[in-house]
Every structure is written in C-alpha cells, then in structure tokens.
Design a protein around this ligand. Sequence first.
Ligand code: SF4
Length: 468
Amino acid sequence: MGGLFGIVSKENCSRSLFYGTDYHSHLGTENGGLAVFGENGFFNSIHSISQAQFKSRFVDDYKKMVGHMGLGAIDDDSPQPLIIRSKFGAFAIAATGLITNKEKLTNILLANGDSFNEMEAGGINQAELAGKLICHGYDIVDGITKMQDVIEGSLCVLIMTERGIYAARDRLGRFPLTLGEKIGGEEDKSFAVATEASTFNNLGYQTVKYLGPGEVVLITPDKCETVKPAGDEKKVCSFLWIYTGYPSSSYEGIGVEGARERCGRLLARNDDVQADLVAGVPDSGVGHAIGYAIESGLPYRRPLVKYTPGYGRSYTPPSQEIRDLVATMKLSAVREIIEGRRMVVCEDSIVRGTQLKNFTINKLWSGGAREIHVRAACPPLIFPCIYATSTRSASELAARRAIAELEGGQPDDLRAYLDNQSEKYRQMVDVVRKDINVTSLKYLNIEDMIKAIGLPENDLCLYCWQGR
Ligand code: SF4
C-alpha cells in the first residue's frame, strides 16, 4: 500500500525525515524517495529499493539534503516524491494508494494539453497524475478537492510548498494519515505527518490527530490547521490491524497490537482444540498468538525463531527464488519446543498459503510436531484488494484455488463460500487445510474480526472478504 512521511520544522529536519521514512519500509519494497525544501530550494532523491533496502540507499543522500521541511515515500507503484513547477509555484508531491481510473484521467488530461514524463514500460506515475489534477484547481486546496472527487480507488497525498506541507487523506479514509507534534517547548516547534503513527515514538513526536476521511491539513513550522474538513463516510482498511500495520502503530485511535491480541482471544474463545502450546508465525502472527494464549491459558512458546543477524536491513535479494531461499533460511526451528507437541499456530491471514506451508508448516513437521492446528486471524481472503497495489490475483488466493478445485472453475456466485455456516465454506476450508498440510484449520469469523478491531462495521472496508 505504500507509506508517506512529512515533517516541518524550524531547523534542518533531514535526519528525522530519513528515519521517519525508513519506519515505513514494511509497506513497500520497490521505490523509496526523499524531498526537502530549505534555503536553497527543493531537492529530491529517488532510488529503487527492490535490491537494497531504504536505509542503505539513502544514508549518504540524506546528509546532503538540508532543509527545514521534507517528504518521504515508500511505494511499490511509482518512484517519488516528485518536484513539479506549476502556477502555484514549485512543490514536491508524494502519493500512495491506487488510482483505478488512471488511464481515463490521463487521457482527459492529455486531451486538455497536459503532458507526462514517461515511466518505465510507458506507465503513468501516480504522484505525477495527482499533481497534474491538483494543478487544475484555483488553489492547492481546491485542486486537492477536485482530485479527490475524480479519483476512483484510494489516494493519500502530501504536497510540500514553500509555505508548508498539505496532507490529504483519501476520500473514504481507507488508508491512514496521522499528525504528530514534537514534544518540547515553543522554540523547538515541529509537526510531522505519517502513514504509521508508530513512526513518532522514537523521533520525539506525539500523536495529536488522526486525519478524517478526505480531510486536508496544512502544517507549517508554527501551526497545523484543517483547510478542508473531513467527510462523514469512512471505510478504513481492516487489514491494517490484521496484517499490514506495524504492531506499535494505531489508526483511528485503535492500536494494532491490541487488536491482534483481541483477534487471538476471540479465536480461542470459539475453539476447543486440545494442544500443548500456542505459537505465532513471526512476525505478524505473534500478537494474535499472544491473545490466543492469554484466553486459552495455553503457554505461548517459540517453536520458530527468526535469525536476523547477517540478514541486515541492507540486504534484499534480487529474485523471488533467492528471496524465498532467504525466507527459508531466516526462520529457524527450535526442535526441543516442537518435538512431540500438539501446537496451535496463529497466522494473521492465509493469502496464497505457499509461504505458510513452505517456511513454517514443513519446518514444524520436520522438527517432530505431533499435531499442527492453524488459526487465521481473519476470514478466508476471497477478493484481492482493489484499493492499493496488490501483488495477488483472485486465482492466486488459497481460498479461490480451493473453490476452483471444488467447482471445477470459478463460479459466478460466491455467496455460499462467504457464509461460515455453509457446507461449501466447510469444504473450502478443508481443501485449504489439506493444501497447507495441517491437522486442523480455522479462521476467525468476520463478526469477531470487526469486534476485535473495535470500529463500527460501516466504518470498515471489508472488501477482501465480502467483495463489496
Ligand atoms: Fe484493506 Fe482489503 Fe479493503 Fe484493500 S480491500 S483496503 S486490503 S480491507
């Protein structure tokens, strides 16, 4: 989905910009970028992070990028932040999410005489498209409003002008933007805005506001003001709490780790499996497993641990084959915990199922596990995300593969598979269970997932599970 970070200060902020952006590295693996504005104007630096991660790519750059304001972005779709010269003056822009009507909007702008920089494979850079749309407003806020009105999909945008940073959350608040203020006196006043609120913790900022859906704020070194109020309707991505978000982060005031523990507790409450221990698939299954252990009274153990020394953050292998190999090598089985044990293994979700099987389940069986009971902290994923860049297609999803196996192809009507009381649902789960090779498999039901997150159902995006 990508991550954005912006900072406005009275002093050079490039170091905080560098670390603040790096704290979004779990949200993308393709492109990273920084832009600053200071006495010498605008500067940006953009690198691919597909073969070396953000910190190693930017550690030299940021020291040369002096400025009292800055933007950072991690994104799988478009290299950014971009610097655009416009009728509003120069500005830097970063935008993450997905514009699903990109072609249509591009063609309208081209017909109007706009032009675009060529991207690799002829694609259009989403940040550039957003910038061009904004430039059709009578001022920046009007331009952002017009952009939000015509974009289908979901796009959060940061725009840095000489005056300050405009932060615009996507129209339905599907993805977060949080405002932070530096903890300290007036002398040291500074504001930051981030996709991940957890970014603030180690940079000396505190959360002051979760931007509402479609809300636009302007942050300057002296103050933060809402320049376009939030809309009434929101559809926040549920998957943030289940998998995508960082455990120390929070959205809409609801912490990720707490929500994961509640998922685990609710999984345990509806479970009667006899087991010796509970484990989480590192890292994102851990919070769910801790919740399961608290509720069930079973001990939380670590049959699998991650070996991180030597696999520093500067190392991302270039090919999928090598990445898979590294993933296998990183996770190490603890035989004395595994051997002869019946274990509940909590996982955030089951996407394709292949990683779970290859990197986790096979190791537990090889380590001598007696029984493996997988518990997923959300219902079966039936629909790939249409609001952020998604690497999966419907046919790749484990549940959809199971449905195709049962039906001899993909049926037009999937409703029976969405109902966890139906026989078809039970059959689908059993096919996935056999596919990942475990003793039993259960998913959290959608009502409990919503309860664990703690927002009203109407305020959540549930498309992954409901297709609407
Ligand atoms: Fe999040 Fe799924 Fe909705 Fe995408 S479709 S925004 S991943 S809940």
